[in-house]
Structure formats: C-alpha cells, structure tokens
Design a protein around this ligand. Structure first.
Ligand SMILES: [Zn+2]
Length: 449
C-alpha cells in the first residue's frame, strides 16, 4: 500500500515539477549571449544583449549577461559581440531559372530536372542568410511544392511565398522572349480568371502578372479574385503599364523601368511596394564601383563568382544611360516615400540576392534603410510582419548572425556566422565533393566534362 502511495506521490511531484519548469518557468532552448541587435525597426543598435529562443520562437530579449538559474542547462552560445539581425529576404526569385543559359538547359530539361535545381538553389539561399524568398514565377508550381517540402521539414530551406506560373498576354513578356517554360498566356478576362483561380487552388501566396501588355479588364479581374482570396498581386511593369496597374490595385511593381513621378506618387499614396531589381540595371561603371566597394571590407570572391555576377544579373540594356535613369528612379521613389524591397531576379538566389541588397545601399539608400527593406519591409509586403521580419519576442526565430556591423558597410552581410531558421541552427557547411551552383549551371558543358 505504502509503495503505491509513494509512487503516486512521485508522479504527482514530477507532474508539478514538469509544470513549473515547462510552463511557469519555461526552459530556454538556445541562448545567444553577448550580442548586438539590429532588430529591423530602425532604432539604434542594442548592445550587450542576449536572446532566448524557445522552440521556434524568440522567447526573450534582454540586456546584460545571461544567468543560468536552472539546472536544466540550455544551449548557450557566446556570440562575442557579433550582430544579430532578422533573416534576409529575396523578393524577386525564379527558383529554376537560368540567365544566361549557356548550355540551353531550360529549353531541353523536364520538370524534374528543373525541380532538383530549384530545391538546391533555395537551400543554398538559406545558407547565405535568406530565411524567406518570394517567388515571382516558376514552372509547374515548383515554388509551391518546394515551399511545402521546407515547411514540412523534408529538407531544411527558406519559407517560400510562391506565385506559380506568371500570367501574361499572348504577346507579353516571358512568352516568346526566351526559352522559359513558365509564363502562361491569357487572351481574355475569362482565361485570366481561370488561371488565377487555378493558382489559388494550388496554394500560391502571390499572383504574378506581366502588366504592360495585359488589358485594364484583365488586370482588374486578377486583382479582384486574388484579393478576395487573400492573395497578393505582383506586376512586372514598366512605365507603360505601371500607372494603370497601381491604380487598379496591384500590391507590388517589379523593375519599374522609366517610372514617372506621377506613377511613383500614386505608389506612395496607395502603399504599392517597389522591387527595383536594381542589380539587373547596372552599367560597367556601376559594376566597377560595386566590386570595389565589396572588396573594401575584405571580401574577395573567386574569379568564377566575380565574372558570374556580371553575367547573370541580366540587363535589358547594359548602358550607362539606362543604369543612371534606374538609379535616379530608385532614389526618387525613396524620396517620395514608396516602400522599397530587394529582389535579385537572377540566379543563383544567394549571390544575386546579396548583391541586390548591397546594390540598394551602393545606389544611395542608407544602410539602415537597406537592412529594413531586406527584413521588416519585405515581411510587411508579404503580409507576415506579425510573425517575422524583426527581432522581437514572440516572433518566429528567423535570425542571422554577422561578424561585423552591416550599418558600417552593407557588404558585412556577407560575413555570416550563423543562420537560425524557425528556431533551429542551420548547418552552413558545404560537403567537400558538392559542386557549386556556378560550376553546375554557368560553365560551358565541355569545360565541366
Ligand atoms: Zn523576374
């Protein structure tokens, strides 16, 4: 009898102990100590802080040394004065796209081959600090499926805000421009409605339209159906189609070639975001300026990457005039209060994504604003600022750790020490025999074999 009693008591006490520990005094999983926080809200750096992460969330942020008051030891990581930021975003991505495609891969591969590259590309991006990607067009819903695979933990990758296939007019951008089996044509409002509904059924978060050649009616239908279903609309547009698209109510303009003051003012008024893909609009002078600035902080990339990043960030026209005009438009947009987010457009998503963030600063935005664009503003644009985008307690722990201060030089975003995705530390190591994205897809076949 007494044995049973004491057993019951033991169970009772262990339940109480469990409750105290687990709920009333929750145990931290990871504690990052001795760090400086750039929280994404634009305030001054918070120095000498510690951050407690429990499960997938930021549990506590506090000043001073962390004291262990509990025998159940958390995983404590001394960051030695490194910088904590929210995870980065790349808002204009094509997971399986290749530009240039020197081996004509896109024109000959099937969906499975494209999918393998898409997954690798996204996982590489996470290892460079991109905890979230917005897809602005992908064949065969690869973006949707990879997004789900990462969400379910099949692989460790970024969160993907997918768009499925871009939708264009029959003569629109992406239809006949090059071998890109992604963009689908519509000829009337009915077809637009069907395409948008199918995308929504497949689980996209965005509808991507090529706005310049679509009719007012077609854009209206896309925006109406998307918004009714809590899905946003992103428009590839130059001045020709941008004003109309903004007026109808698209959520974001991509590229924005030649945007006028009239359009920019309407964007500022309506809260339409601008993703300038500025890295695709550089002249040789700007490229020289960029390369010099990157090496300023001791970053020396290998030759394949330096050559590659000139090639892959495609420009419609690599002229000084176009580059200057697009830079002027970016700065004017900023001056007028248009919300700007970074999107690299080209691949690989990691390198070109970093380059786009750097290029916002090199083009004249200040570092704090650039970092906010790549974190908080991006999360806001994607409608998930309640959960991610800043370092605040209660938010999902999507965090990067940088060795040096990115407010002193934006290229310090390349000095990555740690990535935390959904509260777990990401393995940043690269297996020795694994080939780089550059070697795999941007080298002439005969050079590789
Ligand atoms: Zn694009």
């Amino acid at each position: 009898m007494s044995f049973i009693k004491s057993s019951i008591n033991r169970i009772k006490y262990s339940v109480i102990f469990f409750l105290l520990n687990g709920y009333i005094f929750p145990l931290p999983n990871i504690v990052l100590t001795n760090c400086n926080i750039i929280d994404g809200n634009g305030g001054p750096i918070q120095k000498g802080m510690y951050v407690v992460i429990r499960d997938d969330r930021i549990y506590k942020i506090s000043k001073g040394p962390f004291l262990i008051e509990d025998e159940n030891e958390p995983k404590i990581i001394d960051l030695n004065g490194s910088f904590i930021l929210p995870g980065l975003w790349n808002n204009h991505t094509h997971l399986s796209d290749l530009l240039p495609d020197i081996n004509n891969i896109l024109g000959t591969e099937n969906s499975i081959q494209a999918s393998i590259r898409a997954g690798r590309n996204a996982m590489d991006a996470l290892k460079s600090g991109f905890t979230s990607l917005r897809s602005t067009g992908s064949r065969d819903y690869l973006d949707v499926y990879w997004g789900k695979a990462f969400e379910q933990g099949v692989f460790i990758g970024p969160t993907i805000y997918s768009a499925g296939n871009p939708i264009a007019a029959e003569d629109g951008h992406g239809i006949d421009d090059y071998a890109w089996p992604a963009t689908i044509p519509v000829t009337n409002g009915k077809e637009m409605a069907e395409a948008v509904k199918k995308h929504i059924d497949m689980g996209v978060k965005w509808i991507k339209i090529m706005a310049d050649e679509l009719t007012k009616e077609q854009i209206k239908i896309a925006v109406k159906i998307a918004h009714e279903n809590n899905v946003k609309v992103v428009a590839h547009a130059a001045e020709k189609g941008a004003y109309r698209a903004v007026k109808i109510g698209v959520d974001c303009i991509e590229h924005g070639y030649d945007l006028s003051d009239k359009t920019l003012k309407l964007m500022a008024k309506n809260g339409t975001y601008y993703d300038p893909t500025i890295v695709c609009n550089l002249s040789s002078e700007y490229i020289k300026e960029r390369e010099r600035k990157i090496t300023d902080v001791g970053i020396h990339s290998n030759k394949t990457i330096i050559d590659g990043r000139v090639l892959v960030a495609f420009a419609d026209e690599r002229s000084s005039k176009v580059a200057k005009r697009q830079r002027r438009i970016l700065l004017r947009a900023n001056e007028l209060g248009v919300k700007i987010t970074p999107g690299g457009d080209s691949n690989p998503l990691d390198e070109i994504g970093l380059l786009e963030i750097e290029q916002l600063a090199f083009s004249g935005l200040d570092e704090m604003q650039t970092l906010m664009a790549a974190t908080k503003i991006s999360a806001e644009m994607n409608g998930v600022l309640n959960d991610v985008g800043t370092i605040e307690s209660g938010k999902i722990a999507d965090i990067i750790v940088l060795k040096d201060n990115p407010l002193e030089h934006i290229s310090n975003i390349r000095k990555l020490e740690m990535v935390i995705k959904n509260g777990s530390i990401v393995d940043l190591s690269i297996p020795e025999s694994q080939k780089s994205f550059w070697e795999l897809y941007f080298k002439k076949k005969e050079d590789v074999e």
